[in-house]
Write a protein that binds this ligand. Structure first.
Ligand SMILES: *Cc1c(COP(=O)(O)O)cnc(C)c1O
Length: 492
């Protein structure tokens, strides 16, 4: 590709992207197509091209496919899962990062990129009030950030050389986490060789927070039975309802027993930097490690997760190997030495630029906005005769549609079963409408619609539209179900 060609193609693509971004509010959130329809649009059976093709046509075609057959998490009414809209500066940052193509595995291969990543790690720690002398690195997302911290805890706490001798060389290690903990912990227990049976699931209180008394009972039982507890996990914003575990109590519990205290803050840790939300996070600064996801509340385009570990050498102790053919100086940080990856992309650039573009104050305001919007939606649901508001924590609100004639029988098994079916169908119907996107949560056995606002495009007017949409489609689904009763829906 010549310089002139590159310029022309690039300008063209940027123009198309700018128009696409501007067009998002007018598009459906998702075309809600079937896999067969998407494969047909792609011509997925087409064999590997043997001959090259015109790059202008290729880029044109790729943009057409993606713009017409994607779900848009940058849409103002996308509130599903915990997936955020992408900051435009992050899109440009990815282009720049690819252009330089720094290999951020070793300092020598990526001098400026490595130093920028280290600065991002310090800035992220500073944003949430964590000690900036911690070690840390960017990884692909929350799962990998939590796994990285889990492995650091395992190496530090085992009491034998578990990296060399494996898990069979000592007593069985066990970890504690609430029943609301994200599934990363099963993967971490599995991948680290401990097995998922090593997870002690601790029940939660009515606000979905880990129950400290239940933790202590389970811990005592395990010690008596010869297990070796090594890790307690708290969540800074659970994935279902945004619950924040009692960090000060968890930290004291861990300090007394010399356990590693890890916080999964993939979603919510950023809110610890927001004054009105900060009190609920008291004790977050005491954690031995924290996982957070800049691709959630910092609006970095996927992928960007971050692992922070308090003890500056704990990551090296968990990951370092020194083959003879690695002749990298030990003065500088070489990220291959403190994490699971070897060659690494430059994920930090999009986070670094976005942090400066908005500033910490800008982020605090945007996060507070999302929290306020979720609260607004909760209030609207509370005041609506056909909606039941269930939970509201951080920027997650759960609610469900309840037909007026069923309100008197709420809580009876038949009505609850019916409402679970109704709201499950309703969630699908909202998705198919393309007007908004919600995911679901199970709150005390009830199938809830769940809106998670990590979206700087969302407005109060969008929140006000939601009850109208939910009730309109809810009435429709209810009428259909009454005509043609559905088989019972179970949440398992
Ligand atoms: C999103 C999330 C994860 C997983 O993060 P990924 O980036 O999807 O890998 C883990 N824990 C919590 C609380 C989350 O919200």
């Amino acid at each position: 590709m010549t310089e002139e060609q590159f310029r022309a193609l690039g300008h063209n693509l940027v123009d198309r992207i700018a128009a696409f971004l501007a067009s998002l509010p007018a598009r459906p959130v998702t075309p809600a197509e079937s896999p067969a329809e998407v494969c047909a649009a792609l011509e997925s059976g087409r064999p590997l091209p043997q001959e090259g093709a015109d790059p202008a046509a290729l880029l044109q075609h790729a943009a057409d496919l993606l713009f017409e057959h994607s779900l848009f998490n940058g849409h103002p009414r996308f509130y599903g899962y915990i997936t955020s809209s992408a900051a435009p500066i992050g899109m440009l940052a990815d282009l720049l990062a690819s252009a330089v193509n720094a290999n951020a595995g070793a300092w020598k291969l990526s001098p400026m990129a490595t130093e920028i990543e280290l600065q991002v790690v310090r800035w992220l720690a500073a944003f949430i009030g964590y000690p900036t002398g911690c070690a840390g690195l960017l990884v692909s997302g929350g799962n990998m950030a939590n796994l990285t911290c889990f492995l650091a805890a395992r190496a530090a706490q085992a009491g034998w050389n578990i990296r060399e001798q494996g898990v069979a060389a000592g007593p069985r290690l066990v970890a504690y986490a609430s029943t609301e903990t994200h599934t990363w912990i099963q993967k971490a227990a599995d991948l680290s060789g401990l097995g998922t049976a090593a997870i002690r699931w601790i029940p939660t209180d009515p606000r979905q927070r880990l129950d400290l008394n239940a933790l202590e009972l389970q811990y005592n039982r395990d010690v008596q039975e010869g297990f070796r507890p090594f890790l307690v996990v708290g969540s800074a914003g659970t994935v279902s309802t945004g619950a924040i575990d009692p960090f000060a109590g968890l930290s004291a519990f861990c300090t007394e027993r010399r356990l590693w205290f890890h916080i999964d803050g993939a979603y919510g840790a950023f809110a610890a930097g927001v004054p009105a939300a900060a009190p609920a996070f008291r004790g977050i600064e005491l954690a031995d490690s924290i996982a957070m996801d800049p691709h959630k509340w910092l609006y970095a385009p996927l992928e960007a997760g971050c692992a922070l570990v308090r003890h500056p050498t704990a990551l090296r102790d968990a990951f370092s190997y020194h083959p003879a053919y690695y002749n990298f100086e030990q003065e500088a940080v070489n990220f291959y030495d403190i994490g699971p990856q070897n060659s690494r992309g430059f994920r930090a650039l999009k986070v670094w630029l976005a942090l400066q573009h908005a500033g910490a104050a800008g982020y605090r305001a945007m996060i507070q906005d999302d929290i306020d919007l979720a609260r607004h939606l909760y209030q609207l649901a509370r005041n609506h005769p056909e909606l039941e508001a269930l939970t509201n924590q951080l920027s997650i609100t759960t609610l469900r549609y309840v037909p007026p004639e069923l309100r008197p029988s709420l809580g009876t098994p038949e009505t609850e079963e019916y409402l679970n079916t109704l709201n499950q169908r309703l969630q699908d119907s909202i998705e198919r409408s393309g007007e908004a996107f919600l995911s679901n949560a199970v709150v005390g056995g009830r199938h809830a619609l769940r809106a998670c606002i990590v979206n700087f495009h969302a407005s109060a007017a969008d929140m006000e539209e939601m009850p109208r949409l939910i009730v309109r489609l809810g009435r429709q689904v209810h009428a259909e179900l009454r005509l043609r009763p559905a088989p019972p829906f179970t949440t398992e």
